[in-house]
Structure formats: C-alpha cells, structure tokens
Design a protein around this ligand. Structure first.
Ligand SMILES: [Zn+2]
Length: 191
C-alpha cells in the first residue's frame, strides 16, 4: 500500500469538511457579536484555510498511523494463521474505508473543535470581545466533565478553561469539545 498516496487522498476527502466547520465557526462568531462590528473577512478566510490545512494534515497523520498499526496487526495474524493470500486481502477490505474515517472524524467531534477554533479566531480579530464563557447544553450539566465548566469565564487569549481533573493534575480545555459528543459552546463577552 502506498501510504503517501493514501494520505493525500484522505486529505482531499477530509479537508473540505474541516474548512467548512472553521468558516461556519467564524460566521456564527460574527453573528454572536452582532452586525455593528467590521471584520476583515479576507484575513479571516486566509486564516481559516491555513488552519484547516494544518489541522487536516495532523488528523490524516493520526488516522494513517492508526491504519498502519492495524495493517501490521492483520499481516501478523495472517502470517501466523498460514492462510491463503485471499484471506489477508478480505480481512484488509473489512478494516476501514474512507467513508468510515469520515464518519469517525465527525463522531469524534473534530468538526466541533474546528468550529470552536473558528469562533475564537473571529473574536480575537474583532478587537471588541474581551472574554469568553463556557456554555453547557442543559442535558450536559450533569456531565462530570462539562458540569464543572458550565458558566466559567476566561479572558480571550488565555490558554483555556480549567477542566475536570480526575487526578488533581491541571487539565486545561482550550475550547469545546471537552469530550466525544460534547455539545458545549462558547459565548463572547464584550463592552
Ligand atoms: Zn460538553
């Protein structure tokens, strides 16, 4: 298998989703601070493109590394089994398709993170937003990770919110999602 080519293909599949999420995050961030504030959209769009490229590249790297490990496992099992080559090919066919990777990315909230990063960048560039507040979906208040974050306010540009820490170690959460399926969001504060 040609991993360089696989990476390139995977990048082409995932990049548009990530870019969409960042751009939607920026639009929603602009909405949240109202129509009176001028934003430099050419600058924001250039940032979104650059961010989405770097982010997708990292994502593809993680996925292909996981694929390589999985492939190695399948080959090892096949060698030990002494089975015919057809069986190896069949087992590889079951092991993962791009559609699954894409579903995985959405399910693991990578898109939510890209959206939140878009929020943050637009608010930074607005020049008016000074703080951000962690907002938790009503049914998530009981979540041990997000319950404690609900309502927390930090200065825009701070490293992150102080998140749930099961072992007393500091745990900074830059932005939602704090966990898989987290539906929290951020609210801008200004004036
Ligand atoms: Zn949450």
């Amino acid at each position: 298998m040609d991993w360089a080519e696989e990476k390139e293909q995977l990048f082409q599949i995932l990049f548009p989703d990530v870019l969409d999420a960042v751009e939607e995050g920026m639009l929603s961030a602009a909405d949240a601070i109202g129509g009176g504030i001028e934003l430099d959209w050419s600058m924001l769009n250039a940032w979104a493109d650059e961010f989405a490229r770097t982010y997708t590249y990292e994502l593809v790297k993680d996925i292909t590394e996981a694929s390589q490990a999985l492939l190695q496992e399948k080959i090892d099992a096949w060698i030990k089994s002494g089975a015919h080559l057809d069986e190896l090919i069949a087992s590889l066919g079951d092991s993962g398709l791009y559609g699954e990777y894409r579903a995985f990315m959405i399910a693991t909230t990578e898109v939510t993170r890209a959206f939140a990063e878009g929020n943050l960048e637009a608010w930074k560039k607005s020049g008016v937003v000074t703080q951000i507040q962690w907002m938790t979906a009503t049914d998530e208040v009981v979540c041990e990770i997000c319950g404690g974050l609900d309502g927390s306010i930090i200065d825009l540009g701070e490293a992150g919110f102080e998140g749930y820490s099961p072992n007393e170690e500091p745990n900074m959460v830059e932005c939602p999602p704090a966990h898989v399926n987290c539906r929290c969001w951020m609210r801008p504060i200004w004036g």
